[in-house]
Design a protein around this ligand. Structure first.
Ligand code: BDR
Ligand code: CA
Length: 317
């Protein structure tokens, strides 16, 4: 099987952390060239640290972690400790990561890696504010030709916003970067709240993960139990939506999802609707179809995949 070369850009965050575990448990399909981190759910110093702790839990010393932008391109940083806790990955014991951060800035890593790659060869998987990706595309637009596709978590249409009435968190934090990404001309697949709100970590699903006897599964359950406290009350459901892992699940098993190619544009001017993803789902404009908007997920199939992949880990001491 040919492995797909990917760069994961994230702001862990419990759901980012679980997505990293899903990706790191799938070495036959995914060649993780690097994990780049950005300010989002918590400040950058925590997101990069959290990514390194997750790498330790996964036993993937081979995956380099880079720190990127500490603030959005134009707006002030907004964080989400009310959802993710003070550390971003509350629910597990925080221990000092075993390996240091790479010295290179994440934006330079993205630019250099894409510059050295073949045409249409690299998949970008952003699951936080799009600052690092927007900065990389701005710094060297020629790298775009080597991007095969972008699979991102962000945006909302039918579900409405989760951080403002009309915006999803990742897009609202850096709408200007999101605008650059949605206009970049490369194939984009969007896993927004319309689909992530179908993938709920119900007590039964958490119990299946709890039954797995390894550190990665224990960390996953710890994080889910914490994260669930806020979201199940907010949405009145039996489990928190597992947003970010939808990206990697789509890469591993696209048949679990259904989507439609349409135009997605980002609001960058109105304070009222800042960060809104205007999805032309019914093709009522002639704007170019720039993104596949995923609207449906097979939630049971998604959790089957997650349980199977988490079961692959052995404890790293
Ligand atoms: C997104 O925002 C963050 O809170 C999560 O990590 C996810 O990427 C959901 O809106
Ligand atoms: Ca995230």
């Amino acid at each position: 099987m040919t492995k797909r070369p990917i760069i994961i850009d994230c702001d862990p965050g419990q759901d980012d952390a679980i997505c990293l575990l899903l990706a790191m448990s799938s070495p036959d399909e995914l060649d993780i060239l690097g994990v780049t981190t950005v300010a989002g759910n918590v400040p950058l110093a925590l997101t990069e640290r959290n990514a390194r702790q997750v790498r330790d839990i996964a036993g993937r010393r081979d995956v380099p972690v880079y720190a990127g932008c500490s603030k959005p391109m134009v707006r002030d940083l907004v964080t989400a400790e009310h959802v993710h806790g003070k550390t971003g990955i509350d629910g597990i014991d925080i221990v000092e990561p075993k390996q240091p951060l790479e010295k290179q800035h994440a934006v330079d890593f993205i630019v250099d890696t894409l510059n050295a790659a073949d045409k249409d060869s690299i998949t970008l998987v952003p699951m936080g504010p799009l600052t690092n990706i927007g900065q990389a595309f701005t710094k060297d637009p020629s790298i775009l030709r080597n991007v095969e596709q972008i699979i991102l978590m962000g945006g909302a249409m039918r579900e409405g916003g989760n951080i403002s009435p009309s915006a999803e968190f990742n897009i609202l934090v850096d709408p200007h970067a999101a605008d650059i990404v949605f206009r970049c001309g490369r194939p984009i697949t969007v896993l927004g709240l319309d689909v992530t709100h179908q993938v709920l970590a119900t007590p039964e699903r958490r119990d299946r993960i709890r039954a797995i006897d390894n550190d990665a599964a224990r960390a996953t359950v710890g994080m889910l139990d914490f994260y669930n406290r806020h979201d199940s009350v907010k949405y009145g459901v039996r489990g928190a939506p597992l947003h970010d892992p939808c990206t990697v699940a789509w890469l591993l098993k696209p048949e679990l999802f259904e989507g439609k190619l349409c135009n997605v544009s980002v609001e960058t001017e109105s304070e009222l609707t800042m960060g809104n993803t205007a999805v032309d789902f019914w093709h009522v404009t002639d704007r170019p179809k720039n993104a596949t908007w995923i609207h449906t997920a097979d939630a049971d199939g998604f959790y089957e995949l997650l349980v199977e992949r988490l079961s692959r880990f052995s404890d790293v001491r």
